[in-house]
Design a protein around this ligand. Structure first.
Ligand code: C2O
Ligand code: CU
Length: 469
């Protein structure tokens, strides 16, 4: 019973702190839908010993001493004010993944300087959209996120499906050394190529997470993949699964699913329904997934135990046939092609000596033939729609993420999307082409797009789109 209680208690405490902060700042405004409130929170990035349930505490980098950091919870229309202090030994920023915020609040070093050790920054974030978002550094993100710097932002909308219980599940993996501490970081070609995958899977920072439901109970589970490189192909045999939303928004209609691929950076919004015939022990699993370069041979791995127990509840009411209405996509103002590619070998065009491993130059990733910061800058008009065709010419999948805006997938691998969804991150399978309708409905400024395998982003699989008035 310990771990579940601890997870829930940690979440409850974070929420209570937030609520208190919200009340103070809101001066009596109580989340009424007319006027948003200002929700203030203090976030401190600092080292801490964290109990992941692996036997001994692990020294990690944290927000407010915890991994994940606190769930920042608010309503659409609120403003989130985050007073950030960096107590880490190196510079950092916070990126608000999926939130449409002013570019100078977005945490990329194109628009504001990184915050040095001992420095502070005040992020002011208007909350324009409901959904599950997340926050993480955008400086040396492969290492900083792996060290534990990530947390969820939960923005409630006015017309959400109601369930008795709602959980935010932040998924991660962590690579531990024999002594139980974080394994040293490596620049070996294999790590560059596949990204760093951990050997311990975490749900809300715990290797031994348990999820408890009553028989027949329906819960809403909102998941985020915060791992730097691992793909979670999620299944929970015995549990009814219905996808109701992706990254930043509800789907138009509920979609019953058997499993769900969650690439790094992506979120999913699920309704889960427990079986009705008495107690059961089920498992949230991640199934093997081949994402190129000989991956996918491993076994299924357990992520969390699901315990169905206690007295049965009444059957949950039927789901509404319609969850949300997405407006028709207007005609595109421009079409662009982004080609993702990779190069392997001893120094590529640099003529290095053959067969010598270990250099960062051994593996390179390109967008339209160049690596950040040399990828030609795109420009787009604020408010316009563009169709982006992302062609994956490499031998592995890449999760494609755009800052500051959303898109809909029109087709993937020549197959039209089965249903409409507003996304900010989407997997581009190896050797496949994905067409996106990007909506530049947001703030002007310089924005990044990049692969969310953070090891790839950090070696240059990133570009810039400049959005002008
Ligand atoms: Cu979640 Cu630019 O990243
Ligand atoms: Cu990639």
């Amino acid at each position: 019973m310990g771990p579940t209680v601890r997870v829930i208690r940690a979440l409850a405490l974070a929420l209570a702190l937030l609520a208190a902060a919200g009340c103070e700042a809101g001066a009596g405004a109580d989340g009424g839908d007319a006027v948003g409130v200002i929700r203030e929170i203090e976030l401190v990035a600092r080292e801490a010993d964290v109990d992941l349930g692996t036997g001994a505490p692990v020294r990690l980098w944290t927000y407010n001493g915890a991994v994940p950091g606190p769930v920042l919870e608010a309503d659409v229309g609120d403003e989130l004010v985050v007073r950030f202090r960096n107590e880490l030994p190196e510079e950092t920023t916070i990126h608000w993944h999926g939130l449409r915020v002013p570019a100078e609040m977005d945490g990329t070093t194109m628009m504001h300087a990184a915050i040095p050790p001992g420095g502070t920054f005040e992020y002011r974030l208007p909350l324009l959209d409901a959904g599950l978002f997340w926050y993480h550094p955008h400086v040396r993100s492969d290492e900083q996120v792996e060290r534990g710097l990530y947390g969820a932002v939960l923005v409630h909308g006015p017309d959400e499906p109601v369930t008795a219980d709602e959980r935010v599940l932040v998924l991660d993996d962590v690579l531990l050394a024999a002594d139980g501490g974080l394994a040293p970081f490596s620049t070996a070609p294999q790590t560059r190529m596949l990204g760093r995958e951990g050997d311990v899977l975490l749900v809300n920072g715990r290797a031994d997470a348990e999820l408890v439901l009553r028989p027949r109970e329906r819960q809403r589970w909102r998941l985020v993949n915060a791992a730097t490189a691992r793909y979670f192909r999620l299944a929970a045999p015995g549990l009814g699964l219905t996808l109701i939303g992706h990254d930043g928004a509800l789907l138009e209609a509920p979609q019953p699913v058997e499993e769900l691929l969650l690439a790094p950076g992506e979120r999913a919004d699920w309704l889960v329904t427990a079986p009705g015939d008495g107690p059961a022990v089920l498992t949230l699993l991640t199934l093997p997934y081949a994402r190129g370069h000989e991956t996918g041979a491993g076994p299924s791995l357990p992520l969390a135990a699901i315990r169905v127990e206690g007295p049965a509840v009444a059957e949950a009411p039927a789901l509404p046939a319609r969850l949300a209405a997405l407006p028709a996509i207007p005609a595109a103002a421009a079409e662009r092609e982004l080609r993702l590619s990779e190069a392997m070998g001893s120094g590529g065009g640099h003529g290095g000596h053959g067969g010598h491993g270990g250099s960062a130059m051994d593996v390179q990733f390109f967008i339209n033939g160049k690596s950040w910061p040399d990828v030609p800058v795109l420009t787009a008009a604020r408010g316009s729609i563009e169709v982006w065709t992302v062609v994956n010419e490499s031998g592995m999948d890449h999760p494609f993420h755009l800052h500051g805006f959303t898109f809909e997938v029109l087709e993937s691998g020549g197959v039209p999307a089965a249903f409409r969804a507003r996304r900010d991150t989407v997997n581009i399978p190896a050797s496949a082409t994905v067409k996106l309708a990007v909506s530049f409905d947001g703030f002007a400024g310089s924005w990044m797009y990049h692969c969310h395998i953070l090891e790839h982003a950090e070696v240059g699989m990133a570009g810039e789109v400049r959005v002008t008035e």
